[in-house]
Design a protein around this ligand. Sequence first.
Ligand SMILES: [Mg+2]
Length: 161
Amino acid sequence: MDTPLILLDVDGVLNPLQRSPGYQRYRATPNGITYRLLLNPRHGPLLTGLAEATGAELIWASYWTDTANDWIGPRVGLPILRSVPIPPRDPRYTYGGWKARHVAEWVGERPFVWLEDEPDVSDALAAGPELGPHLIVPVDPQEGLTDLHVEQARDWLEQLR
Ligand SMILES: [Mg+2]
């Protein structure tokens, strides 16, 4: 079977709206635009541990695309990752809908688990081409990624093997 993928969003997942203990403030200026970030250095080890334990590959699935390797990865303790190519959003689509189209196109039939806060990605995927086995783990953008999400992903990836 193809190596399963762990698709990782940034905003609302690694970078939540609310600051909880363990998060640090950062600024990022990809393409000269300044963003304020809240990032947690526990997330990197948590996610690389998940990938190692399950034989899956971590992939950025974010509008940050490759710039996440410069601005996000080093601050949370993630290595350089491949990313789903997501072009700037066509305004006829929601953020989730546009992203889901490009995720579907890129993953093809590979199995994947997707850590994501946009609530409409499930519907958008269901309306698209046929996919391999997949699980969307919905994340609350206020709180961001927690141990519980990672456990859900681990359980699903383990039963896939
Ligand atoms: Mg998001």
